[in-house]
Ligand binder design. Sequence first.
Ligand code: BGC
Length: 305
Amino acid sequence: MAATLNQRTRHILSEEKSVPSRDITRLTVPQSARRAAIRQTIHYANAMHALGIDIGGTGIKAAPVDVATGRLLAERQKVPTPRPAVPDAVADLVKQLTTSFSWSGPVGITFPGVVTDGEIRTAANLDPAWIGLDAGALFGQATRNPVRVLNDADAAGVAEMTFGAGVGENGTVLMLTFGTGIGSALFTRGMLVPNTEFGHIEIHGTDAEKRASERAKELHDLSWGKWAGRVDEYLQHMEALLSPHLIIVGGGISKEADKWVPRLTGIRARIVPAVLLNNAGIVGAAMATASESVPDTSGATGTGH
Ligand code: BGC
């Protein structure tokens, strides 16, 4: 049984709500918490364990994961994404989260943009300073551990296919995450085609995610009915292009799937809500360090994705 952070540490580390998201100087894991965690002797000796870190537009989440079962080995920690979300500030939090678990071993990290050969190619919802950056090197230095970096929706999809709503599905599966943007992951026979970026197809002359993401719902104060109509229209476009057997809808808003999934009536494919909800990114990130079915977008193994 892996040790967990003590109660006080957990409490301090999970107090993100009290940290104003604009106050960059306060966006650190408190030193007292770090010391408390470091004082503990935490051994993650099992090779099937990896630290998963999920970088999102609003928060950065982390937990050690048993990649064979998808189980979190310690309570998930979450800190707000710094504003501006520039590479050094994000890398600093990644470093602190790694230290807070006294982690030594493989680290999988998600990024909300295209990642090929460890390089960040797009950053639609984070600072443009990321574009062209060698994220594998940056996070390798920050964590002082071997790292794999991959797209956030790809990670969530891998976790759902292995432990969630996609288990046993061999046909074409499209996983979509609705959050700050729309993320996509495409599978056939369980194999991922990385970096599909289907949130950026154009509908009515604009990026689909600008109309149908969870953020668009909030920004334009759309009712469930109105927003579900936009999602339905978006899924019809995706269905016309890919004819998936199954569509898995994820992201934070899938917690309220009963309010909108039954309204998606224009689609032939089966539509199911994600099962792993907020932990899918963490679990998929950890799996990317160990699974053969996850193409290496870090360039670490030279497979060229
Ligand atoms: C990005 C994707 C990402 C998605 C969800 C989009 O804006 O381009 O790479 O997966 O948001 O975070």
